[in-house]
Write a protein that binds this ligand. Structure first.
Ligand SMILES: Nc1ncnc2c1ncn2[C@@H]1O[C@H](COP(=O)(O)OP(=O)(O)OP(=O)(O)O)[C@@H](O)[C@H]1O
Ligand SMILES: [Mg+2]
Length: 414
């Protein structure tokens, strides 16, 4: 291929080693995990035993600290639910002893049960070695969600399996506002799902003024990235719960509902969240903000391809030049940066050749001008790919998605 759409690496990363003996995922799943419940309140014991058994876990119940240590040593539970106020030896001491005694590399997840609103208890418990906490009274569904996420985080057997090729991260970046970045990110995401049959996550990276809710007609009350970053631990189960399924079949991670809450998301959050999404989806499409700030640079670091969207006007070209220079100064591989000329057929007096020579970079992709289609899609909340897939804009986007997908296939085959 003369000009690859994706530089390299999409689908190429494989964890695990094919030579190593592995436990198939099905086997791991079919073995019922044993959970050790440590609580002296018979009501809590009953509730936990019932709920956990309903979920298919094996359960052992003990009522005090020394019994807990004995059961932990004898039964090797997959997880411990630990009340902090226990007779004879309290929960803090139990957690501490478990952490001291378990061998290097071993780590049994511990969920502690704390009194509502007692921050000090929670901090002490986490310091003693607990991984997560649940406040009494708790909802059984929340307990199960936390247990499952801890089990998947710490399950050693799952690390042994040869992971499926992980998906590709595609960043869409507009060097100037209003050039069509969101329109392209959303529609390429939908085309990758609809046309290429891929599992796709779409991330609204415009933290302060994300508009995917409007473009996709999703209400304000939906979950957002804030629900992920404000949780005590970020894991795949949590991310899965926060993704919002759009009618087109793609899953969307929405931006914070208000500019104030955007501050809760830090640059460090992105690599973590994107890696989780990448392990779950074939493609992760990120619609980024205009700023060349730390958040965006982290997204670019993680991405296999950065699609810089522009229009053929002087202001846009000037910004793209600055962006290309900045990325080159930061030692980004130029092959990862793809220029997408949007509204390429709009008359602006600047043609593709002029733009390429001004930028000293080839225009990799072009998308036709289709103002009516684009604006009516925006105002109806029905993306072009949904409402008018056969329009000129729809076809252009499908073409881009096919090229991206074909290249990923090549990467996997290599
Ligand atoms: N190919 C196209 N042809 C015609 N109009 C388009 C095209 N792509 C996008 N538009 C229109 O351009 C406007 C801006 O699009 P969009 O919101 O996607 O841009 P953006 O770069 O994400 O903007 P922002 O800076 O607000 O994030 C919208 O009205 C959209 O309908
Ligand atoms: Mg936008």
């Amino acid at each position: 291929m003369a000009s690859p759409i994706l530089a390299s690496g999409i689908g190429a990363t494989r964890r695990g080693d094919a030579e190593r003996p592995v436990v198939p995922r099905d086997r791991v799943r079919s073995m019922a995990a044993r959970i050790l419940v440590v609580d002296d309140d018979p009501n809590v014991q009953r509730l936990l035993s019932y709920t956990l058994r309903q979920e298919g876990f094996e359960v052992s119940v003990v009522s005090d600290g020394p019994e807990a240590l004995k059961a932990w040593a004898a039964e090797h539970p997959a997880l411990v639910i630990l009340d902090l106020m226990l007779p004879r030896l309290d929960g803090y001491a139990v957690a501490q002893r478990i952490r001291e005694d378990e061998g290097a590399g071993a780590h049994v997840p511990i969920v502690m049960l704390t009194a509502e609103g007692d921050v000090e208890q929670r901090i002490r418990g986490l310091r003693a070695g607990a991984d997560d906490y649940l406040m009494k009274p708790f909802h059984p569904a929340e307990l199960i969600a936390r247990i499952r996420s801890l089990l998947s985080r710490f399950a050693p057997a799952l690390e042994e399996e040869p992971a499926a090729p992980t998906g590709g991260i595609l960043a869409f970046y507009g060097a100037k506002g209003g050039v069509g970045t969101t329109t392209l990110a959303i529609n390429v995401a939908i085309a990758l799902h609809r046309d290429a049959g891929r599992d796709v996550a779409l991330v609204d990276g415009n933290l302060q003024f994300g508009d995917h809710r409007v473009f996709l007609d999703l209400g304000l009350d939906r979950k957002s990235i804030v629900d992920i970053v404000s949780a005590p631990t970020i894991d795949a189960e949590l991310v899965r719960q926060v993704m919002v399924r759009h009618d087109s079949g793609i899953d969307v991670l929405l931006a914070p509902p208000s500019p104030e809450t955007a501050e809760l998301v830090t640059p460090e959050h992105f690599p973590q969240i994107l890696e989780i999404l990448r392990s779950t989806y074939d493609f992760v499409v990120v619609d980024t903000d205009k700023r060349l700030d730390e958040v965006n640079l982290r997204i670019f670091d993680a991405a296999q391809a950065i699609f810089v969207v522009l229009t053929a006007d002087l202001a846009s070209l000037k910004n793209v030049r600055i962006v290309l220079e900045t990325l080159s100064n930061l030692a980004y591989d130029r092959a990862r940066v793809k220029l997408v000329l949007n509204r390429s057929t709009a008359f602006t007096g600047i043609n593709v050749k002029n733009a390429e020579s001004a930028l000293r970079h080839r225009i990799d992709l072009q998308v036709v001008n289709d103002y009516r289609g684009a604006i009516s899609a925006l105002n109806s909340g029905e993306p072009v790919l949904e409402g008018r897939p056969d329009s000129a804009l729809g076809r252009a986007v499908v073409g881009i998605a096919r090229a991206i997908d074909a290249e990923r296939e090549e990467e996997i085959a290599r």
